[in-house]
Design a protein around this ligand. Structure first.
Ligand SMILES: [Zn+2]
Length: 376
C-alpha cells in the first residue's frame, strides 16, 4: 500500500511537470534558414525592415544583405542586425516565409533565422517531410511528431540563436511555398498535441523507412531512451524506398573516409561486421595493405553520405576494386517510420494508434487549446 501511495505521488508529480509547462498558445519557433553564406537576397511586399535598435531602415527592395567584418551592409547602411517582417511573406533567396526574418553576422558568414508561430511552421513542414496527399491519419501523425520534436529542441536550445536547423539535421523546412489544405488540416486537427513520456516532451526521432524493424536509440546515438524501442514494422515493405543499391569504387570510398578523418591507406576490401538486434550492422571492417580496422557502421554511413548509404542495414561485396552495397530502409531507423505510418493509416489505424505503436509508453498531451491556423 505504501508503495502504491509513493507511486501515485510520483505519477501526480510527473503529471504536474507537463501541466506546469508554460502555455505555448502563442509560442514561436526559431529556425535557421541560411548559415555561413556571405550574402542573402531579401524581398517582400509591404515589408518593415528594422535595425538592431528597432529603428526602421528605408531600403530599396529587393536588397542584397552582405556581411562586412562583424556587421551587415545593406544599401548604403551598416547595421549590427536586421529584422524583416511582412503581412504576407518575407522572401529570402527567392523562397517565401511567414513570420519574421532575422539576419545576424556570426563567426563564419551570416545566419538567417525565421521566427514564426509553431503551428504555422508545421503547416509548411508537412510537405517537406512527407506528402500531404498521404492518408490524413499519417499527416496528423507527422504533425504531432514534428511538433514534439520542435518543442523538445526549443527547450534543449533555450537561449541559443535558433532552435532548429531547416535540414535533415533536424527537420526539413522550406518555408510556406508548399502549404496546402491537407497539411493545414493535419496540423489543425492535432493542434497543440505532443507526445510525452513521464510528463516530459519526448525526443520524437523519426525516419523515412525502417526496412522492416525500427532501431533503438542506443545503437545510433549511444544513449537509450525508454520510448525508442525496436518494433516490427512490416508496413513499409511496399514502399518504393525499401531497397537500395550503390556501386562505389574503393578509391572513392577511401577518399571519402579520409575526408571524414578515418585513417585508411590502400583500401582492398570492406566486410560486414557484427549485426545488432534489429539486423542492422553494428560495425564494418576495412581491409587495407596495413591490416584490418573496424569502424561503427553509423560512422561509416555518415562518412560516405546519408543519401548514398541509405541505412546501416546492408550487405557489401567487393569485386574488381568496386564495392556493391545492397540495403533496405532509408534513415537511422529510430522512432516513427514514415512509410510504415502511411500504410498503417491506409489500413485504417488512427494517428494515435500509430504513434503509440512507434513510441511505446508515450501519451498524447495537449500543450494548449491550439488556436487553429488560418488558411492564408
Ligand atoms: Zn517501417
Amino acid at each position: 500500500m505504501r508503495y502504491l501511495l509513493v507511486l501515485l505521488a510520483v505519477v501526480a508529480l510527473l503529471a504536474e511537470t507537463v501541466a506546469a509547462a508554460p502555455p505555448l498558445r502563442r509560442e514561436s519557433i526559431r529556425v535557421a534558414l541560411v548559415k555561413g553564406s556571405e550574402s542573402v537576397r531579401l524581398d517582400g511586399d509591404g515589408m518593415l525592415v528594422t535595425d538592431e535598435n528597432g529603428e526602421p531602415l528605408r531600403i530599396a527592395l529587393p536588397a542584397q544583405v552582405r556581411r562586412t567584418r562583424d556587421a551587415l551592409s545593406v544599401g548604403s547602411r551598416t547595421v549590427r542586425r536586421l529584422t524583416a517582417a511582412s503581412p504576407g511573406a518575407v522572401i529570402v533567396n527567392g523562397k517565401r516565409y511567414r513570420g519574421a526574418i532575422e539576419i545576424s553576422p556570426v563567426d563564419k558568414g551570416l545566419v538567417v533565422v525565421n521566427e514564426l508561430p509553431l503551428e504555422e511552421y508545421l503547416v509548411g513542414l508537412i510537405n517537406c517531410e512527407i506528402s500531404s496527399q498521404w492518408p490524413i491519419e499519417s499527416v496528423k501523425a507527422q504533425a504531432v511528431v514534428a511538433r514534439t520534436y520542435a518543442v523538445f529542441q526549443k527547450r534543449a536550445r533555450a537561449g541559443a540563436l535558433y532552435h532548429l536547423e531547416s535540414s535533415v539535421l533536424d527537420q526539413v523546412y522550406d518555408g510556406c511555398e508548399i502549404e496546402d489544405s491537407r497539411a493545414l488540416r493535419g496540423v489543425n486537427e492535432t493542434a497543440g498535441e505532443i507526445l510525452a513520456y513521464n510528463g516530459q516532451p519526448i525526443q520524437a526521432f523519426y525516419h523515412s523507412n525502417c526496412g522492416g524493424r525500427t532501431e533503438v536509440a542506443e545503437n545510433v546515438w549511444g544513449f537509450p531512451l525508454p520510448y525508442l524501442r525496436s518494433v516490427d514494422c512490416a508496413y513499409c515493405a511496399t514502399s518504393p524506398s525499401l531497397r537500395w543499391e550503390q556501386t562505389i569504387p574503393l578509391k572513392k570510398l577511401e577518399s571519402l573516409l579520409k575526408g571524414a578523418g578515418v585513417q585508411v591507406q590502400g583500401l582492398r576490401d570492406i566486410r560486414e561486421g557484427k549485426r545488432n538486434g534489429s539486423g542492422r550492422l553494428s560495425d564494418i571492417s576495412l581491409v587495407s595493405a596495413r591490416g584490418t580496422t573496424s569502424m561503427p557502421a553509423v560512422a561509416f554511413r555518415k562518412a560516405i553520405g546519408y543519401t548514398v548509404i541509405k541505412s546501416t542495414s546492408f550487405t557489401v561485396r567487393v569485386a574488381n576494386d568496386t564495392a556493391v552495397f545492397a540495403g533496405t530502409g532509408y534513415g537511422h531507423g529510430v522512432g516513427l517510420c514514415q512509410w510504415g505510418t502511411r500504410q498503417r493509416a491506409a489500413d485504417g489505424f488512427s494517428y494515435r494508434e500509430i504513434l503509440s505503436y512507434y513510441y511505446p509508453g508515450t501519451v498524447v498531451y495537449k500543450l494548449y487549446d491550439g488556436q487553429a491556423v488560418n488558411a492564408h
